[in-house]
Design a protein around this ligand. Structure first.
Ligand SMILES: NC(=O)c1ccc[n+]([C@@H]2O[C@H](COP(=O)([O-])OP(=O)(O)OC[C@H]3O[C@@H](n4cnc5c(N)ncnc54)[C@H](O)[C@@H]3O)[C@@H](O)[C@H]2O)c1
Length: 269
C-alpha cells in the first residue's frame, strides 16, 4: 500500500508524452500517493493520444492542451484546472524541454538563433510564463510546490548537450528568482530537480546519448537514477514533508554531481 503523502492535494502535470516520460511516471506516483491531477501537453503531442491512457490510469484526470509558450493557453489551463478542482492548485510539475538546434543537428557554434529563441522559450522561459500566469491569477495555494526538471549541463560542459545547457541554466535561474518572490508573497516554493540521463524521447534526442548514459552510470556511486525514482523524489517535493525547501537545484543523480572520478572509470582508461 503506497503512502498517501499527497492525499487531498491537487496538481498539474506538464509533459507526459508517452510511458517513458518522466512526467508520465510522476503522474502515476502522484496518483498513487492520493493526489487529484490535471494532465497537460502541447496540442500537437495530445494528437498522439497516448496521454488518454495515462488519464485513465490516474482516475480519469482531465487532459487540457496548452502550448507552454502561449500565455492564453496557460491562463485557460489554470482556470479550467481550478474549476475542475473547485479551488487552488497545490503543485505543478514542469517537465518540458525541446531543442530545435539539436533536432536539426546544428553544432553549438553554428546554431540558428531563430531556433535558439524557440528552444529558450519552450525549455526555460516557459517556467516563468507558468509561474507568472499562476501568480497573476493567484492560482497556487499557500505552501504549494512547483518543480521543474533540469540537467547538470547547466553547471558543467557536456559538449553535445548543445543549446539545452543554456536553456537549463536559465530555467534554474528562473526557479531561484521566482521562488524568492512567490515565497515572500504566498509561501509557494519553486525548485529544480537535476536528473540523471534517462532514456526518454527528449533524452534520446541528444547526440551520443548512449555514451552519456553509460559514462554517468560509471561515474555515479549509486548508478543512474531511474525515471521512477525521480517521480518518487518529486512526490516528496510536492508533499508537506519538504515545506522549507525552495529556490534549490536538487541533484537526483546517484552522486554523479559530486564525484571526481570512480574506480570503474579509472579501470577503463
Ligand atoms: N531524459 C533525460 O535524460 C533528462 C535528464 C535530465 C532532465 N530531463 C528533463 O526532463 C524533462 C522531461 O523530459 P523527458 O526526458 O521526460 O522527455 P519527454 O520527451 O518525454 O518530455 C518532454 C515533453 O515536453 C513537451 N513539450 C515540448 N514542447 C512543448 C510545448 N511547446 N508546450 C508544452 N509541452 C511541450 C513534449 O510534448 C514532451 O511531453 C525535460 O525538461 C528534460 O530536459 C531529462
Amino acid at each position: 500500500m503506497p503512502i498517501k503523502l499527497l492525499k487531498g492535494k491537487k496538481g498539474i502535470i506538464f509533459g507526459a508524452l508517452d510511458e517513458k516520460s518522466i512526467a508520465w511516471k510522476t503522474a502515476l506516483k502522484c496518483h498513487e500517493a492520493g493526489a487529484s491531477l490535471v494532465l497537460t501537453n502541447a496540442p500537437v503531442a495530445l494528437r498522439m493520444g497516448e496521454i488518454n491512457k495515462l488519464s485513465e490510469l490516474c482516475g480519469n484526470a482531465p487532459v487540457i492542451g496548452a502550448d507552454v509558450t502561449h500565455l492564453d493557453d496557460l491562463k485557460n489551463l489554470l482556470q479550467e484546472s481550478m474549476n475542475h478542482f473547485g479551488g487552488k492548485i497545490d503543485f505543478i510539475l514542469h517537465s518540458v524541454g525541446m531543442s530545435m538546434n539539436v533536432r536539426k543537428g546544428h553544432h553549438y557554434t553554428e546554431i540558428s538563433y531563430i531556433h535558439n529563441h524557440k528552444t529558450l522559450d519552450i525549455s526555460a522561459l516557459s517556467l516563468h510564463k507558468v509561474l507568472h500566469t499562476a501568480w497573476s491569477m493567484d492560482a497556487i495555494s499557500e505552501w504549494g510546490s512547483v518543480v521543474a526538471l533540469t540537467y547538470i549541463a547547466a553547471q558543467r560542459v557536456f559538449p553535445d548537450y548543445n543549446e539545452m545547457a543554456d536553456a537549463k541554466a536559465l530555467l534554474e535561474s528562473v526557479a531561484r528568482n521566482f521562488g524568492y518572490h512567490y515565497g515572500v508573497r504566498n509561501k509557494v516554493r519553486v525548485n529544480t530537480v537535476s536528473q540523471s540521463p534517462t532514456r526518454t524521447t527528449a533524452g534520446s534526442g541528444v547526440k551520443g546519448f548512449d555514451g552519456f548514459l553509460t559514462y554517468a552510470e560509471q561515474m555515479s556511486p549509486l548508478g543512474n537514477a531511474t525515471a521512477d525514482d525521480c517521480a518518487n523524489y518529486c512526490v516528496t517535493l510536492f508533499s508537506d514533508l519538504t515545506r522549507y525547501v525552495t529556490m534549490q537545484n536538487l541533484f537526483h543523480d546517484g552522486g554523479f554531481s559530486f564525484t571526481g572520478v570512480t574506480q570503474g572509470v579509472i579501470d577503463k582508461m
